[in-house]
Design a binder for this molecule. Structure first.
Ligand code: PRP
Length: 216
């Protein structure tokens, strides 16, 4: 049987996921010493390749899982909310915790008045859905990074972005106006793989759930 193929979001989620797999007793040495390689094996205790890890950008993790070229994926709830549609979200992995928030200049009353608002965000779909839920008509401008710049430069009234420690907001004279939702890393599964490789995938889910319960 081919090893299960897992798409991992490069960077911090990759490190946390490797930590989790090591806790489950798998050998992740190839992933840890990957150099510039993008597809790496994870071995079981006997040196058999149990998983094949594909390292990708968050949005691409979703694309690879949706198209079925990867059976499983690890991605943040933020990326799933922005880009995801057709796969199973099977586990909250409990790491990569942060939140989506609406934020703006300190002391400015965002909600008062009738003027139409402009929102800058790396997550335009999340921003639009949030304001639709409030029946507020806003203009959303897509920004690729350091979205905190947009209100400072006068491009937008506020931003919808990820807040972790809050220091980027604080150090740029911005504050949270409203928390939109909590975010953490999730395991996602291709819909066909969930049927074809049900036993292996369910066994992995059980192992991870058990490891989470054993955490202090
Ligand atoms: C994220 C986010 C904020 C910052 C929040 O950006 O977009 O800018 O982290 O973290 P904090 O609350 O701990 O300050 P990231 O570092 O991913 O970089 P980017 O803006 O260039 O995408």
């Amino acid at each position: 049987m081919k090893p299960l193929r897992i798409a991992l979001t490069k960077g911090r989620l990759e490190k946390d996921t490797v930590g989790l797999f090591e806790k489950l007793g798998y050998d992740c040495s190839e992933v840890k010493n990957k150099g510039r390689r993008l597809i790496l094996p994870i071995y079981d205790g006997e040196g058999n390749t149990t998983f094949e890890v594909v390292l990708a950008k968050a949005a691409d993790v979703i694309t690879y899982v949706e198209h079925g070229v990867c059976d499983l994926g690890v991605a943040g709830k933020d990326t799933i909310m922005e880009h995801g549609s057709s796969f199973y979200e099977v586990l909250d992995l409990g790491f990569g915790k942060c939140r989506f928030a609406l934020a703006g200049p300190v002391g400015k009353d965002f909600f008062t008045g009738y003027k139409s608002r402009t929102i800058a965000s790396k997550y335009p779909n999340v921003a639009r859905a949030f304001f639709e839920s409030k029946a507020m008509d806003v203009r959303v401008i897509k920004i690729e990074g350091s979205v905190e710049l947009a209100p400072l430069l006068g491009l937008s009234d506020a931003i919808v972005d990820i807040v972790e420690t809050g220091s980027t907001l604080r150090e740029n004279g911005l504050e949270v106006i409203e928390t939109i939702c909590e975010i953490s890393a999730r395991m996602i599964v291709n819909t066909a793989a969930m049927k074809l490789r049900k036993a292996e995938i369910e066994a992995l889910i059980r192992q991870i759930e058990q490891a989470k319960e054993e955490q202090p």
